[in-house]
Design a protein around this ligand. Structure first.
Ligand SMILES: C[S@@+](CC[C@H](N)C(=O)[O-])C[C@H]1O[C@@H](n2cnc3c(N)ncnc32)[C@H](O)[C@@H]1O
Length: 200
């Protein structure tokens, strides 16, 4: 299926890393410290872009674990490859709506600053559930509240103008439809963090 986000993000890839300030990176690193990432974990990063999470995650999972990024913007994927040529990091050019991985492949999933852009959120969450192992956690993270994020996307306009995080009851329904449990959502200025646990 053609998704105009692909071309949109391809155009942004070359300059993408310049968007993050030192403060963003520090904040992100504090958030990642609070996630349940364990040595040996196989982590999947959905809509990974240029791999902003890779270094933080790969240090936590160590040489017995792995970080796999997936993104359908080839330019983002190529940049991520160049940025993080580490043996425990893999980047795949693929669609989150049809993940190119076997069932029960990963111990943890994360979507940082990406979930609102997935064109079919139920299908995306179904796919994440499929590739995660029983008991694995899935995190949706943003460095803004859902309201702040919608305003930013509206200001940018174009293909992202209406990209938003579903309202809390809608997201909980999506998670439950996919058989995730224990959904928690923190949504306040400067942070959005949704957590759900895979049940099989
Ligand atoms: C705002 S960027 C965030 C990238 C990265 N997580 C970061 O924070 O730097 C959103 C990313 O999601 C990717 N994306 C959107 N829909 C996707 C889909 N269906 N499958 C794979 N990637 C997708 C885009 O190509 C883009 O790189």
């Amino acid at each position: 299926m053609h998704d105009p986000h692909q071309a949109f993000f391809d155009l942004l890839a070359a300059e993408w890393d310049l968007m993050f300030t030192a403060e963003d990176l520090e904040l992100l690193s504090h958030i990642v410290d609070q996630l349940d990432v364990q040595p040996g974990h196989d982590v999947v990063d959905l809509g990974c872009g240029t791999g902003i999470l890779f270094d933080m995650m790969r240090r936590k999972v160590g040489s017995d674990g792995s970080v796999t990024g997936v993104d359908f913007s080839l330019q983002m994927v190529l940049k991520a490859h160049r940025n993080f040529p580490f043996s425990n990091v893999t980047v795949v050019d693929g669609d989150v709506l049809a993940l190119p991985f076997c069932d029960d492949s990963f111990d943890l999933g994360v979507a940082f600053a990406a979930f609102p852009h997935f064109s079919d959120k139920q299908l995306a969450v179904d796919e994440v559930h499929r590739v995660l192992k029983d008991g694995a956690k899935f995190y949706i993270i943003h460095l803004t509240s859902s309201k702040e994020l919608s305003a930013i996307h509206h200001r940018i306009g174009g293909v992202v103008a209406n990209d938003e995080i579903p309202p809390e009851d809608g997201l909980i329904r999506i998670f439950h439809n996919s058989k995730f449990t224990d959904v928690t959502i923190a949504d306040h200025p400067g942070l959005y963090l949704a957590t759900a646990i895979t049940a099989k």
